[in-house]
Structure formats: C-alpha cells, structure tokens
Design a protein. Sequence first.
Lengths: 127, 186
Amino acid sequence: MSEIRTLIVDDSSVMRKIVERSLRQAGLDPMVVYEAGSGVEGLEVLRTKEVHLILSDINMPSMDGLEFLRQLRAQNLAPNVPVVMITTESSEEHVKQAILAGAQGYIRKPFTAEQVKERVLPLLNAA
Amino acid sequence: MLLYGVRKAAIATQRGGGKDEMERTMTLSLRKSVDQVADPKNLDASVDEVFQMMLGVNSQRSDEPLDVEPESVTAVVGFGGLLSGACVFKSGSSAAMKIAAHMTGMEFTEVDDTVKDGIGEICNMLAGAWKGKVPDLSANCGLSVPAVITGRDYNLHVQAPEFKLCHVYKFDDSSFEVTIICDGLQ
C-alpha cells in the first residue's frame, strides 16, 4: 500500500488532529485523511471515497459510533475495511458492543501513539 | 439548567446500552462501594493519566486556589446511570490556551472554537478515566457530550450533592481545577 487512506470520525476536531498525528507517528505516512464530525458524515464520506482504515469515536451527537458501525455494515459500505473505535468508554460491555457491531479494534482515550501503533498496524497488515 | 441538560444527555447515552444492560443496572448498587467511588486518589490518577498521555506534561495537585484570571473556561460532562452528576473542568483562559496548544501543536491568542473543543475533550477524557477506576461505575454510567462555557464572573452552584471532589492542579506555570459532583448514587 503506497498511500494509506484513512477516515477519522469524531465530533471533536482537536481529537481528529490528535488521532491523525498519532497515526503518522505510528508510521502511516504518506497518508490521506478524510475527516467526519459524526456518523452521518462518516457514511457520506464512504459513499464517495475508498478507504483502507476507519477510526471512530463512540460518544457523538446525531449518530453515535456504534450506530455508524451498524449502518456501515448494513449498507455494505467499506466491507473489508478494519474499523477501530477510539473512545473514553472502556468497560468490557462497551468493548463487547463495539465488537458485536463489527469493530476490529478498540483504543481507550487517553492514548499514546505507541498504543495506536500496536492496535492499528496489525489490522492493516492483515487486511 | 446547564447541568440538567448535560445529565439528561448522559442518561440518554447510558440507556443506549440496551435492555440487558438496563436490567443489570437495576440490580447493581454502588452504595456499598461509595468510599471507592469517592476516593480522591482516583481523581488525581485520572488527571495525571490524561495530562501525561495527551499533553505530554506532568501535573501536580496543589493546595493553592485556582489562579484568578478575568476570563475563564469551564467544561462540563454529565454522568448518568448508577451515578448521576458531572465532571467539571475550570481554568483561566491563558491556561486553557496552553492546554489546547499542547494538544494541537498550535499557538492561540484567544479562546476560539479549537480551544473550547480541546478543553471539552480534556473534560470528556477526565470523566471517562475517573469512572474507569471503578469497574461497576465504568460499565453502568454513561457520559454526555461536553458542554463548554466561557465568560467572566460566574459560579457553578450545585445544591447538596451526595459528594463532591474539587482539586486544583498545576502544570508549567498555570493551574486548573477539576470537580466531580455526585448528586445521585444508586
């Protein structure tokens, strides 16, 4: 893969930038980043763009990350693309819900670039 | 008024957990572990974790009052579920701009939308890290999206909370205050 195309879904523009920076620090460079402020916007992006990786927050207004993931699977958008949830919610129940909805990875906020690398790179290598 | 709206949103988020989770919540109680929930060390550890990991800076708890600045920034994240209440972050505008600068690598001369967004996220992570210290709380307490207030000469008043933790912390030459307010515990 010469250029990784990544979709970052988070209602916080600051968090989107931090996630992007962490991915670049993890070695995902060159990388093209598409940003979305909600699940609805994320679905819109995926209707027109092809991506290799999706990272999404859970707790967002209008459409949360879990519903975004369910819609993604139901509409068969980005079917083989790994999805990693990045969220403050860290209980086993939340992780279970994310996995059931179709997430392949889970990163708890706050996080380090090293943690992002450990969880994201194996998924990209396997894809 | 603001706290009411934030709390309502947190309860709605928690209810998103589904019927099974709601039924389990009904049988669980945090009453017996109130000492663990209200342990001040959990708040200090959460602040340390968030500032170390997201800003790369050390913060120390301080006995001094919060630095007085003409304008301040306050972020509120509501808790809903087994515990209801809020996590409140407050700092002067210059401290808020410094925090946002550490988060983004940008420089700020005013409290713009990016600074407000950054402070809201810090409060969100503090709330999540704090509730994550107690497993039953982590699984059965939802968070609202953050609300951020900026301005001069305002106070936050909560009537007779169940418990309240309010600590001031220092980082670089700035200070900020984090408050956990619990006004309902099942």
